[in-house]
Each structure stands twice: as C-alpha cells, then as structure tokens.
Write a new protein. Structure first.
Ligand code: TYD
Ligand code: MG
Length: 459
C-alpha cells in the first residue's frame, strides 16, 4: 500500500501550523492565510523504527569534550555592518537583509561584495542584469577582480555554478526571485521562499560559506515569506530609513551570534552608502540663534548614544477640532505628556493644534526623550526659545516626576563630546554618577515643575 504524503496547513502571516485548513488564523487572527504544504514525503521511512544504532562516528559529544574556541569572524571594511553583525561575518551563517524596495539593500550588499577583496564573492541577482550591476558598481567606484556576478534564478543551476566557482561568500538578491523545481508554485511564493532558503541554509552549514539573502518587506512590514524565513536564518538585519532623507539605519532584529541592540548608520550619497560614525552631527541642524519649539534630546539607539533634535509647534486651533500630529514619536505618549503639562503645570493645550517632529525622519522609542519633548512643547506654547547649548535626558511620569534613564553616563559623555554646556537629567540618575568626571554641567531635577520654573518662567 502506497503511503500518502502528509500535509499540514501553515499561516502565511505568522507560520502557525494546523492539520486542517482554517479561514481565520487562531494565532494572529488574519483571514485567508492558510496554505497547504507537504511535511512528510511518501518515501520517508519510519525513521525511528528503521534506523540501527550508530556504531561509528556521529555520536553525541559530552559537553566537556567540546573545544570552546571563539567563532572566527570575518571582519568587513564596513564598521557599521561589523557592529550590527556582532563583530563581523560568522562563517557558515545565513543572514537575511530585509527592507522596503528602494531603500538601498542591493547597494549595501554590492558595496560589501566590492570591498571584501580578500574573499571570492558571488553576487547573485535575479532583479537586475549583469550590465545594470556593472553600472551600479561603477557608480560605487568599486573594482574587485574577486567578485563574480550571476543572474541565475533556478537554485539547482545556481548550485552548479557555486560548485564550479567555489565562492567564500554568497549574496542572493533577492530570495523572492529564486525558484526551486522541487516546488510547483511561482517565485516569491511562501513555498518557494521556504524551500530555497532551506537549501541555502543547508549549503551554508555544510560548506561553511556565509550566505546573505536580501528579502523585500511587503506593505505590512513583514519580510515577505514572513516569520517562517525569520525563524530559519541565523541573523535578521533590517535596513530602514525615510526615503526623503539620506540616512539609513541597519538594525539587528535577530542574531544567533550576538546582541540585537546594535545598529549601523549610513548616509546614502550619489556614490553609495557612507558609514556614519558620528550620527549626532547628522541629526542636529546648525543654528545661529535659538528658536522656540526646539529641544535637544540625548537618546540611545540600541547601544549608541545620539543627540537628536525635537521640534514642536503649538498654535491656536483655527479649524475647530484641535489637531495632534507626531512624526517619529508615539502619538499616545505625546498626548500623555500634554496631559501632564496641562494638569500639573496649568498650560492650556486644549484648544491648540500640536505638531511634533523628530528631526531627520528618525523614529524614537527611548523614553528618555520625554523631557525634551515636554520642553519643546513648552518652548513653543510660551514662545520662549531654549538656550542653544542645553540638552535633556529623562523620562516623565504621570505625576510630572522625572525618572532616571538607562546608560546615563554614555548620554552625558556624548553631549559633552558635541560641545553642549548643560544637560538636564533626573535626580534619580545622580546617585551612581561621578559628576566631577565631566566638564559639562549636569543639572538634576525631580519634577517637571523645577524645569519649567528654571527655563520658562518669564521675567
Ligand atoms: P537599491 O540598493 O537599489 O535599493 P533596494 O535594493 O533596497 O531596492 O537603492 C535604490 C536607491 O538608492 C535608488 O533610489 C538610487 C539610490 N542610490 C543612491 O542614491 N546612490 C547610489 O550610489 C546608488 C547605487 C543608489
Ligand atoms: Mg535591490
């Protein structure tokens, strides 16, 4: 009797597995996301019963017998990429680089390929022709005799090329263009992406060659072929930024070999991506004289301190309902801060339009930015400009109390490095701080009230 293939249904959105088809995913509540996939082929044997004990080799090792040995990483010329990967490329690792179309993934990877002259690199592109890639490389002003370009999208043929060439690093641009003939569906379908990524994973592990795969993010913000792909790879890097601005952030979402709080920062220029080693300089606009509604926050992006500019505009609401807009900051959190200022400080925002903007198109989730937001709002509503050389780092609580924030030393050091004269922090951060160490003046307060008495009291 021929055994039947065993199948199961997987949610395309979250990867939830179910023995039968369902209209609505019980895990993520999305509709119509289940697809059927083979999980066991008919010729699979009853592995558990059929296998004989393994007499030679291939036996589990005692933990004590395993030599520790640090992972030997390949350092690239790109310090930002090394940082996000946790110190360089790990041999045999599979790295997914996700991002919206047009953000610069191909540029980032081609640049990496050109700059890694010590390795034989194979760059596989199903998105562009050899000529287009050559033109891009010329634009990046890069030459590398050790870099090979392929436009093969059939994965079995690609592996033939790989066997012939023997690359030491493989880049796939993008996973959505690859096809395997094991699977019937079209390129870019979940089944294809899963199959191809699985084959690349096996290749990477068995050959010890690191593989980077580029994956486009669809409009919902998932890397297409979504969670399944993220689970399969060792490392997920997300390339993001606002296309209207030049800077780009490479963020670690998952890393089996390092921390996930690292970020790399780049600037997209006419001749490729430039590493930004000092992001604060990019994010604070040069000003001759103080402007009202502007405050500087000493924030952290991952492990990196960064000074950024917060801009607020508070004006009488002329069109009936007051408007509230926040760009780069959580709108609900802004409403909370407005309520605190209103209730504890008596400032009337109720009939005012409030617009808030984080300069440079950055999105900030660090709570330490609260105090600068509150100050930018107060500066705008009272039309009193803050002095140019002050900055802030504290969280604001519901009763207007200033809370301590993480990594205060790093924030202070960064502010000092950039020439600020004064930083306002929470008094709760003072305990562990050696104030004598810094040249910058550190002012500590326990409540919002002290801040507005000091900075916005008129006369
Ligand atoms: P690209 O790497 O093609 O994006 P992705 O692979 O993520 O879809 O980059 C696309 C944008 O970058 C495109 O709008 C042109 C711009 N660009 C530069 O500004 N400078 C450059 O040197 C290059 C190569 C591209
Ligand atoms: Mg591309």
């Amino acid at each position: 009797m021929a055994a039947k293939a065993k199948t199961a249904f997987f949610c395309r959105n979250c990867g939830f597995e179910s023995p039968k088809w369902q209209g609505k995913c019980p895990s993520c509540a999305e509709w119509n996301t289940f697809t059927e996939e083979v999980i066991e082929r008919p010729d699979d044997k009853e592995v558990w019963k059929d296998e004989k004990p393994d007499k030679k080799g291939n036996f589990p090792l005692a933990l004590d017998e395993i030599a520790a040995g640090d992972i030997q990483r390949i350092a690239t010329g790109d310090l930002e990429l090394n940082r996000t990967l946790g110190g360089g490329i790990v041999p045999g690792s599979l790295v997914l680089v996700g991002g919206e179309p047009g953000i610069g993934k191909s540029t980032l990877m081609l640049q990496l390929a050109i700059e890694l002259k010590k390795l034989k690199v194979l760059y596989v592109s199903g998105e562009e022709s050899e000529q287009q890639i050559k033109m891009r490389a010329d634009r990046l002003k890069g030459k590398n005799a050790n870099l090979f370009i392929s436009t093969e999208v059939a994965i079995n043929k690609l592996f033939k090329q790989i066997k012939q060439l023997g690359p030491e690093l493989v880049i796939i641009d993008s996973i959505q263009t690859l096809v395997s003939d094991f699977v019937d569906s079209t390129a870019g379908s979940i089944a294809q992406i899963k199959e191809c990524a699985g084959q690349l994973m096996r290749y990477a592990k068995e050959s010890n060659v690191p593989v980077f795969i580029i994956g486009h993010i669809n409009k919902e913000g998932y890397i297409a072929g979504p969670k399944i792909l993220e689970h399969m790879v060792d490392c997920v890097l997300q390339f993001e930024g606002d296309r209207n601005y030049t800077h780009r952030i490479l963020r670690t979402i998952k890393n089996r070999f390092g921390s996930t709080s690292e970020i790399g920062i780049y600037k997209m220029e006419g001749d490729g991506l430039q590493q930004v080693n000092n992001p604060s300089e990019l994010l604070i606009t040069e000003k001759e004289e103080p402007l009202s509604g502007v405050a500087i926050a000493a924030t952290m992006e991952g492990m990196r301190p960064m000074l950024i500019e917060v801009q607020a505009l508070v004006s009488p609401a002329v069109y009936g309902n007051p408007q509230r807009t926040a760009t780069g900051f959580d709108l609900r959190r802004m409403s909370m801060l407005l309520a605190v200022l209103e209730k504890r400080g008596g400032f009337a925002f109720g009939n005012k339009d409030v617009f808030l903007n984080i300069a440079g198109g950055l999105r900030v989730e660090d709570p330490a930015i609260d105090l600068s937001i509150a100050c930018a709002l107060l500066s705008s509503i009272s039309d009193i400009a803050l002095p140019l050389n002050i900055c802030f780092a504290a969280e604001v609580g519901l009763s207007g109390e200033l809370r301590g924030v993480s990594r205060i030393e790093q924030r202070i050091t960064e502010a000092e490095k950039l020439g600020f004269d004064t930083i306002y922090i929470s008094k709760h951060n003072m305990k562990s701080l050696n104030v004598a160490k810094y040249k910058i003046e550190i002012k500590a307060a326990g409540k919002m009230e002290q801040i507005y008495k000091e900075l916005f009291a008129e006369g």
